[in-house]
Design a protein around this ligand. Structure first.
Ligand SMILES: Cc1cc2nc3c(=O)[nH]c(=O)nc-3n(C[C@H](O)[C@H](O)[C@H](O)COP(=O)(O)OP(=O)(O)OC[C@H]3O[C@@H](n4cnc5c(N)ncnc54)[C@H](O)[C@@H]3O)c2cc1C
Ligand code: FES
Ligand code: FES
Length: 1400
């Protein structure tokens, strides 16, 4: 047999042109595991391990035996099984180019466009782009200009739509990608290091690193191609992997197996990204080599797709087919199916995910499939093989059967050609088929499961009465149902009906009855209202289609049609902005300042190119030392319970475990300490009783990371809760039990003015029951009293009480989602020492904690951090237990131990942002001026203090941005049995800013005033600023907020756009827009930081600083400042000093007192520390320089240093920068959003940011921080839903459930101006921080969404709606699609139809 002849036992493939021959391997090994543990290619990163982030993307080149061609596709190496790459070639980013052989233009452009910050996502991004370029080349035409590539702008943007980046905000990445596009307008590309202002288009093109597809594209060696063409198939007992080439061979493999053999049929293995199977199989059967399963057959009845065809191939085929045969029913069906399928997962998943795999997941495991819904509506059928029996059954039957037997094989899927029915009648027109598909998902372009999907087919014709519905097929799926369904009742009802409002109304009612989520489904009512919305949108499109059918029909018919169309036109525009480009335009305005050259230059980020090529070394890229073990954390899933024992599910698992380290293993002289903050130490492991879900119980150590992870996952923890109090999970419970953390007196924020006096001056009041009035019943009485006495307020207060929660705000948490999860490597050293490599924002504290845990003096521990793959606060305290557990295990086992946390564990133990509940009382004048405000804030701090006692200061710091008249507050830091919350970018400030805006909006709504006016009226004067901010307010000239406010109005054409927004809302029923501009004030604290600068004999320089490089550009700024400060020696050759500066990794024994890299100011303080060192060096060098100058006329830097060396000048200097005051910062911005009322989808049309950066040290770096922080804030306010179960265990614990922004959710137009507000003598070289404050600006998107919702609610009211029409409401954070839709009205369609019916 052919297969036997060509089969091999040896797994052979190529990685970056190196051949690998693997004689034996566990078949569940993924390509990623192999690359990272068995090769030197570390550019492939693990971000999620489930296909959801793109950090692991590689290019796979293989020979397609069916198409007889070589194909290049991206795949996620975390899901691709190694055995399935037999005969393939793999390309990773380091082989495109590198620091030794020269970088690839992709790497150079990523660096030059400032598209890499922490760099952890960058190699994956580069590979996604590279694949798009390689594949564009295969196209025959399209004039290639800029980079000589055939890529289009749209393809360039879409190439990276499945890749996540948590740092950049995507805009610069999009620019780097688009710079390769043939149709790009150079003017549209943003700030970069290649060209200068004023360069012509031609010059710009010439300055870009040249890209030539011939030189840069081909990743496949000819030798390997021959090998691959020989197609030796892996059929191996050793690997337990089989590749049958015929159905008969497959049948005999399946049948020959004894019962009990666990068999897994495999195609792309992407299903594992969802199910994450832990079961081990005896046999893996790769179905991809059976030609019958991968062919496409077309006959008169339709198209048949082999089950192993990838989704990408099916899409490609459907598109080609529909191009060939435009304007037929099937053409429409195929096009729509293809369009919809392109929103499934991401390109790199679709390339390996098979059609059959998707159907099987839906059939066997109730996966919420899109494809099944599409195929149901298209009337498809499937062909199945069970034993020797082949069957063709309809999709509906297939779904309705019990889960398919593991030995049954899905062979193919048949999509029939659809013919419109002929209609008999007195007036007859040909009928027309309509096919439309829908999906509502948090990300428009995919990489997110839908809340609901739907596909509708209708056959309609015209008769004299109007539009006749001959038949319909309505399929719905993914709404919390076992599998997709046909809405039979609706279909039956509509068949034969003439479409009118009454019929739509009845249809909608039936849809609601058919689409019902099963119990426990989240957002069930929302999903059902989506179904209504989609059906309504579909039926509303009939008149326009019908008018195209009418063509030559009689006048009578056309007349009646026009009437129908007019009726339906009232439905308004219901198609969302589906076809807008992802990022239609972006403008960046920066002003560099050359006072301190090269400080102020927009230099590319230090190390960006090696980050792109994947050569940058993160902790987990450090090769494992000999005998290294790997660890994983076992955490509690219960909030408060005794742990009786920990065991493993099976003996084999237990055998693979090298050790289980727990509190008992802490040496006698050591301490159970896992982290240390200013408020004290926190334990590493839970004691006898767990304190929260996520509490660390033990650290399991095994030979590989995979085994350790598996052991941790399969650990059985025996809990006992008898006799224990119930856990405290909410702030309300904490209040009841008086469970609070103390806030030290020096941490108490100061109140301002006299609250009672301020209230007495108010014309109107919103009163907080708890704070002002005691018990609620009393409060009600008092408010009514107020209402009676202040007549103007009566209506308003009634409104307030009706919306009862009007003055209560709840804010949830946010997970860091750094792309690199927590990681550490601990290596025991001689004489009881321990070297720990940790991805940490505060190695100094990690050093202390490890020393205390092990009972060592601090000098026995050395913590080294070179770079961090994203921190955002999460690698502060939360990195310490991870490093400490590793060190403890390494100490006990006398072997190196490392850990790279799985994403799920990371999400569960990370904690994230502080949730809180806020109630307020506010008094205000009739003109909107607020006279007094009192806040009651309950912060849910979780189980330990962490930084929580500082939260009141942070919240109030940002909250004081308005002049509240008098301000008082009562802030309680609640101790609960939840995982401890920690600092996350802008901790407290984000919430403070939000609360301020919510109150302003509340006041404006009650007074029916423009929110913008109320904001302005409450702006600080410099006098009030001083009152609120005291010394941090700086000098009056530094109060730039009012001028920035005006500037944003001008540059964003705010007033004009407010008018346009109003006009838009008047004419659009189903889309509403809102616009908002929001000021922020952010108080920052500069911390002491050490530095050390050393000059080597050749004049090159090394710098060490306390701050850690985590993507924020700290090293780049330090490099620039060092070059500037040393250039003050004023000798020749210092112009390019910046290239001689290398910033070293942080080493806690080399530089002590490093402190925390946090609070946005560590770049500044590290720069200042370096500057102080340079000052010392310049002073030391100056006498010699003077002398040499006198002797030689001029002195070169190199000569000066050489001479200094010879004359024993000390060329190393240390400094410890201690700031003398705090500083504050003022910013401002405006944004516009569009809300789709049918789905709750929010599109951010435009954002304009004006940001005061002082005199930016590096405007490109600061711009990156501004955009990145804004987009992270966007995630908090709009997307990132952070949920627990009833035990407080985080359940949004994967990329499936936790959605950070992607390129398709950022503003369509994204304009940023980095304002140079000139000289600030108190700040480091006049600069201001940029890391955290811009995150606060994203509150404007939320405010604009609220404005759009208001417009929707007004409209709902005009239709006679009652529920949800109150204009005073608190919009939840995050304002996800279900939330927005709920606030717009879940029954808008029904209310509208009722309204139409009442009119007729
Ligand atoms: C990140 C991500 C996002 C996704 N988003 C979506 C989405 O939005 N909408 C959507 O519809 N889908 C989505 N998917 C699902 C995706 O379409 C499926 O994972 C994929 O199609 C499965 O194909 P596969 O070849 O990888 O199957 P595999 O993982 O190889 O197999 C899946 C299962 O099917 C069995 N199997 C496969 N082929 C056959 C066959 N021919 N006969 C019998 N048994 C077979 C396997 O034994 C296994 O049990 C997503 C997947 C990922 C990873
Ligand atoms: S690590 Fe593979 S997609 Fe995230
Ligand atoms: S640069 Fe993209 S995740 Fe950090």
């Amino acid at each position: 047999m052919e297969a036997a002849l060509n089969s091999t036992d040896l797994l052979v493939f190529e990685v970056n042109r190196e051949k690998f021959e693997v004689p034996e391997i566990d078949p569940s090994t993924t390509l990623l595991e192999f690359l990272r543990s068995r090769t030197r290619f570390k550019s492939v990163k693990l971000g999620c391990g489930e296909g959801g982030c793109g950090a692991c993307v590689v290019l796979l080149t293989k020979y397609d035996p069916v198409l007889k061609q070589v194909e290049n596709i991206t795949v996620s190496s975390c899901l691709t099984l190694l055995c399935s790459v037999n005969g393939c070639s793999i390309t990773t980013s380091e082989s495109l180019g590198n620091s030794k052989d020269g970088f690839h233009p992709i790497h150079q452009r990523f660096a030059g466009f400032h598209a890499s910050q922490c760099g952890f996502c960058t190699p994956g991004m580069c590979m996604s782009l590279f694949s798009a370029l390689v594949n564009a080349e295969k196209r025959p035409s399209l004039d290639a200009s800029p980079g000589d590539s055939k890529l289009t702008v749209s393809e360039a943007e879409k190439a990276i739509s499945g890749n996540l980046c948590r740092c950049t905000g995507y805009r610069p990445i999009a620019d780097a990608c688009k710079s390769f596009a043939a149709d790009v307008d150079m003017e549209d590309l943003g700030i970069n290091s290649f060209w200068e202002k004023g360069d012509s288009k031609e010059v710009r093109v010439s300055k870009l690193p040249a890209y030539n597809p011939r030189d840069h594209a081909f990743p496949y060696t000819e030798v390997f191609k021959d090998e691959c063409l020989a197609a030796r198939l892996l059929n191996s007992n050793k690997h337990s992997w089989y590749s049958p080439v015929t159905i008969e061979e497959l049948q005999s493999m399946l049948q020959s197996d004894k019962n009990g053999t666990r068999i897994k049929l495999i195609v792309g293995n992407t299903g594992d990204g969802y199910y994450k199977e832990t079961e081990k199989y005896d046999k893996y059967i790769d179905l991809r080599y059976i030609p019958e399963l991968s062919v496409v057959r077309m006959d008169n009845s339709g198209i048949e797709f082999g089950a192993t065809l990838s989704i990408s191939k099916v899409v490609q085929y459907l598109r080609e087919k529909s191009k060939a045969n435009f304007d037929t029913g099937e053409d429409m069906v195929f096009t729509k199916i293809a369009e919809h399928m392109e929103k499934i997962a991401s390109g790199f998943i679709r390339n390996s995910a098979s059609l059959g795999g998707n159907l099987l997941m839906a059939q066997k495991k109730y996966f919420p499939s899109d494809i099944v819904t599409l195929l149901l509506a298209a009337g498809s059928s499937v062909s199945i093989l069970t034993g020797d029996k082949r069957e063709n059954i309809t999709m509906e039957k297939f779904l309705g059967r019990p889960p398919l037997d593991p030995k049954s094989v899905l062979l193919s899927v048949h999509i029939p050609f659809l013919e419109p029915t002929r209609v008999d009648g007195s007036v007859q027109t040909s009928s027309r088929l309509l096919f439309e598909t829908y999906r509502a998902a948090p990300r428009p372009l995919g990489n997110a499961l839908p809340y609901l999907n739907a596909a509708f087919l209708a056959d309609i014709s015209l008769n004299k009465n109007g539009i006749l519905v001959n038949s319909v097929r309505f399929a719905f799926g993914a709404y919390g149902t076992e599998h997709s369904i046909r809405a039979r009742k609706v279909e039956k009802y509509l068949a034969g009906k003439i479409l009118n409002v009454g019929v739509i109304d009845e249809t909608v009612k039936l849809v609601k009855g058919d689409v019902v989520s099963k119990d426990g489904t989240s957002h069930a009512a929302y999903r059902s209202s989506l179904a209504v919305g989609f059906v309504f949108a579909f039926l509303s499109s009939f008149p326009s289609v019908a008018s195209s059918i009418s063509g030559n029909s009689s006048e009578e018919l056309n007349g009646s049609l026009l009437e129908r169309a007019a009726e339906f036109n009232e439905c308004g525009n219901i198609s969302p902005n589906g076809n807008l480009p992802l990022l239609s335009s972006a403008k960046q305005v920066i002003k560099s300042c050359r006072d301190y050259y090269p400080v102020g230059e927009p230099m590319p980020k230090y190390g960006a190119a090696i980050q792109a090529s994947g050569e940058a070394v993160y902790v987990d890229d450090i090769p494992s030392p000999p005998n290294c073990l790997h660890g994983a954390l076992i955490y509690s899933t219960k909030p408060l319970a005794r742990v009786k024992s920990i065991s493993f599910k099976s003996n084999s698992q237990a055998n693979e475990v090298a050790a289980v380290i727990s509190v008992k293993d802490i040496p006698g002289e050591g301490e159970n300490i896992g982290s240390l903050a200013m408020f004290g130490p926190e334990p590493l492991f839970a004691g006898d009783v767990t304190r929260c879900a996520g509490d660390l119980l033990a650290f399991v150590v095994a030979a590989t990371q995979k085994n350790a992870n598996l052991a941790a996952k399969m650990a059985l923890v025996d809990y006992d809760t008898e006799g224990l109090d119930p856990p405290i999970l909410t702030v309300e419970e904490a209040v009841q039990k008086s469970s609070f953390f103390d806030v030290p007196p020096f941490m108490h924020p100061a109140k301002v003015g006299d609250f009672s006096k301020g209230m007495a001056e108010a014309d109107h009041k919103i009163l907080s029951a708890e704070e002002e009035l005691g018990p609620v019943s009393l409060a009600f009485g008092r408010v009514m009293e107020v209402c009676e006495t202040i007549s103007i307020c009566v209506m308003l207060f009634v409104g307030f009480w009706e919306s009862s929660l009007g003055n209560k705000i709840k804010l949830g948490s946010q997970y860091y989602f750094y792309m690199e999860t927590q990681t550490a490597l601990a290596v025991p050293d001689e004489d009881n020492c321990m070297v720990v490599y940790s991805s940490s924002q505060c190695p100094e504290f990690a050093n202390r904690v490890i020393a205390r845990c092990l009972g060592f003096p601090e000098h026995n521990v050395r913590v080294i951090t070179r770079r961090v793959g994203g921190g955002f606060g999460g690698k502060g305290l939360k990195s310490m237990p991870v490093a400490t557990a590793c060190a403890l295990a390494a100490h006990k086992l006398r072997r190196p131990v490392r850990i790279y946390l799985g994403r799920k564990t990371d999400m569960i133990i990370a904690g994230g942002r502080h949730p809180m509940k806020i109630t307020y009382s506010v008094g205000f004048k009739s003109n909107g001026k607020i006279t007094a405000l009192h806040l009651d804030i309950l912060i849910n701090a979780g189980i330990t203090q962490d930084i929580s006692p500082a939260m009141p200061t942070f919240i109030i710091g940002a909250f004081k941005k308005y002049n509240w008249g008098a301000l008082s507050f009562d802030i309680k830091v609640c101790k609960t049995n939840l995982i401890s919350r920690s600092a996350m970018r802008g901790p407290g400030d984000v919430q403070g800013t939000f609360i301020a805006e919510a109150i302003i909006e509340h006041v404006a709504s009650l007074l029916s005033m423009e929110v913008d006016t109320v904001r302005e009226i409450n702006f600080h004067t410099y006098e009030s600023l001083k009152l609120f901010y005291r010394s941090a307010s700086g000098e009056s000239i530094e109060y730039t907020l009012p001028s920035i406010w005006d500037k944003v109005e001008r540059t964003s054409s705010f007033v004009q756009r407010v008018k346009t927004t109003e006009q838009f809302n008047q004419v659009n029923i189903w889309l509403k827009r809102g616009i908002s501009r929001v000021p922020i004030v952010h108080e920052v604290l500069v911390r002491p930081t050490p530095g050390k600068v050393s000059i080597l004999s050749d004049g090159s320089i090394v710098v060490e600083v306390g701050g850690i490089e985590m993507g924020q550009g700290l090293s780049t700024k330090v490099q620039q400042v060092t070059a500037y400060a040393l250039s003050l020696i004023q000798c020749d050759g210092t112009e390019d000093l910046v290239e001689k500066v290398r910033v070293l990794q942080t080493d806690t024994l080399s530089l002590v007192q490093g402190g925390f890299t946090a609070g946005s100011t560590t770049s500044e303080s590290s720069c200042e520390a370096a500057r102080l060192c340079c000052q010392v060096l310049v002073e030391r060098l100056a006498p010699l320089k003077e002398k040499l100058q006198e002797e030689m006329g001029s002195v070169k830097w190199d000569v000066l240093i050489l001479q200094s060396n010879q004359q024993n000048v000390n060329l190393a200097a240390n400094a410890y920068f201690i700031p003398d005051s705090s500083s504050s910062q003022y910013l401002n911005y405006g944004a516009a959003v569009e809300v789709n009322i049918l789905t709750g989808e929010t599109t951010i049309l435009r954002a304009d940011i004006v940001y005061d950066c002082g005199q930016s040290m590096n405007p490109a770096v600061d711009l990156g921080q501004i955009e990145g922080a804004f987009v992270q804030g966007l995630g908090f306010f709009m997307l990132e839903e952070y949920l627990h179960n009833s035990d407080g265990l985080v359940v949004t614990d994967s990329t499936w459930t936790y959605k950070i922004p992607t390129i398709d959710t950022i503003p369509k137009q994204f304009n940023v101006e980095v304002l140079n507000s000139g000289h600030h003598h108190k700040r480091v070289l006049s600069s201001k921080a940029s890391g955290e404050p811009p995150l606060l600006l994203a509150v404007s998107v939320h405010c604009a969404t609220r404005a759009a919702i208001k417009a929707a609610r007004k409209q709902l009211k005009s239709w006679g709606g009652s529920e949800g029409t109150d204009l005073v409401f608190q919009l939840d954070v995050p304002a996800t699609m279900p939330v927005v839709k709920q606030f717009c009205g879940l029954d808008t369609v029904e209310t509208y139809l009722k309204y139409l019916l009442s009119k007729s």
